[in-house]
Design a protein around this ligand. Structure first.
Ligand SMILES: Nc1ncnc2c1ncn2[C@@H]1O[C@H](COP(=O)(O)OP(=O)(O)O)[C@@H](O)[C@H]1O
Ligand SMILES: [Mg+2]
Length: 305
C-alpha cells in the first residue's frame, strides 16, 4: 500500500523508540510462521489465511484488526488449537505447538462461563482439571477474582452479573491457568460504550501488573490504538498481513491520549489501510443508488432536511 502517503504515524518520540528497542530484545513468546488456512466448502475452497508470519514478544500487547471476513477469528482459533492450520506452524517460547492447551488462555466475545457454576467455581474449573487440590484451586481462584475486582461476587452465578462482570470472570478464569499468552477475540464487542471503556482500563491495569502476553482482536480502531504496543493489520481475500504498525503513543496509556497527535496519526493510517479510498470513476456508485431507492415515494411527513 505504498500509495498511502501519510507517514506521521512513523514518527516516534525518543521515549517511544527506546521502548520498542527494548521490547524487540525481549524473548519471543509467540511465533507464527507462514500460516495458511483453506476451508473446503460446498462451493469450493475458501482461502481464509495466506502466509501469515509475525512474532509477539514477552509481555507485549498486540492487537489484530482487519475488515470483516479477513480471517481474524480463524487465526485466533488456530492459535488456540481449536482449528488446524493448512500450512505453516506456531511456536510458543520456541516450541512448536498444536491442539488446545492451558498455556494459551482464551476469552471470546460471547459469554462462555458455565451457567450452573458460581463465579468461584467457574474460575476454579481449569485449576481442578489440571490437578490442583480443591484448597489450592480455591485460594488461587480467589486471588484472580480479587484481581478483577469481583471478590464480593464470588458466590454469584453468571445470570446475576452484568456483561462487563461476566467478561471480568472470563478473564480471571483464563489467567488462573497461568497461560503464556492470552488470546482475546473481540472480548468487549458486545458491551455498551461506557462499560467497554472501563473494561479496556481494567485490562490495561491487569496487563501492567502481571507477566502476561496478549493477542487481542478488535474491529474498533480506537480500542486497538489505546491497548496495543503493535497492531497487526490484515487484509481480506485471502487474509494476509498488510502491515505491523508500531503504535507511537507512549505507555502507560491514559484516556486523554485519544486526542493526541500520535494517536490521531495512527488512526488515520489504520483507516487508510482498512478503508482505502475508492478509485475515482465516472460510473454511478451502485451503493448510492440503493440509498436513493430507500426513500419512500409517498412520504406524507415531508423532508426531514
Ligand atoms: N468453518 C468454516 N468453514 C468455511 N469457511 C469458513 C469457516 N470459518 C471461516 N470461514 C471463512 O473464512 C473467512 C474468514 O472468516 P473469519 O476468520 O471468521 O473472519 P473475521 O473474524 O476476520 O471476520 C471468511 O470468508 C469465512 O466465511
Ligand atoms: Mg471474527
Amino acid at each position: 500500500m505504498s500509495d498511502i502517503q501519510d507517514t506521521d504515524y512513523l514518527r516516534q518520540s525518543p521515549e517511544v523508540r527506546d521502548r520498542f528497542e527494548r521490547l524487540k530484545k525481549r524473548p519471543v513468546t509467540l511465533s507464527v510462521e507462514n500460516m495458511g488456512k483453506v476451508f473446503d466448502t460446498p462451493k469450493g475452497e475458501v482461502q481464509a489465511l495466506r502466509d501469515i508470519s509475525f512474532q509477539v514478544h514477552r509481555r507485549e500487547f498486540v492487537c489484530v484488526i482487519g475488515p470483516s471476513g479477513c480471517g481474524k477469528s480463524t487465526l485466533i482459533r488456530i492459535l488456540a488449537g481449536l482449528e488446524n492450520p493448512s500450512s505453516g506452524r506456531m511456536l510458543l517460547n520456541g516450541e512448536p505447538v498444536s491442539g488446545p492447551c492451558p498455556d494459551r488462555g482464551m476469552v471470546f466475545q460471547g459469554y462462555t462461563l458455565f451457567p450452573w457454576l458460581n463465579v468461584k467455581r467457574n474460575v476454579m474449573f481449569g485449576l481442578l482439571e489440571s490437578g490442583h487440590s480443591r484448597q489450592t484451586a480455591e485460594q488461587e481462584a480467589m486471588q484472580w477474582i480479587d484481581l478483577v475486582g469481583l471478590s464480593r461476587f464470588a458466590e454469584s452465578y453468571p445470570h446475576q452479573l452484568s456483561g462487563g462482570m461476566k467478561q471480568r470472570v472470563a478473564i480471571a478464569r483464563a489467567l488462573a491457568n497461568q497461560p503464556k499468552i492470552l488470546l482475546m477475540d473481540e472480548p468487549f464487542g458486545a458491551l455498551d460504550a461506557q462499560t467497554r471503556a472501563r473494561m479496556q482500563a481494567y485490562l490495561m491495569e491487569i496487563w501492567q501488573n502481571i507477566d502476561i502476553t496478549i493477542l487481542f482482536i478488535t474491529h474498533d480502531l480506537d480500542e486497538a490504538i489505546y491497548l496495543a504496543d503493535r497492531i497487526l493489520v490484515l487484509k481480506a481475500n485471502p487474509g494476509e498481513v498488510e502491515e505491523l504498525v508500531e503504535v507511537p503513543v507512549s505507555q502507560p496509556r491514559k484516556p486523554e491520549q485519544f486526542l493526541s497527535e500520535e494517536f490521531l496519526a495512527t488512526k488515520r493510517r489504520l483507516e487508510a489501510l482498512i478503508h482505502p479510498p475508492k478509485p475515482e470513476s465516472d460510473e454511478e456508485d451502485p451503493d448510492s443508488l440503493n440509498m436513493v431507492r430507500m426513500v419512500p415515494v409517498n412520504d406524507e411527513v415531508g423532508s426531514v432536511f
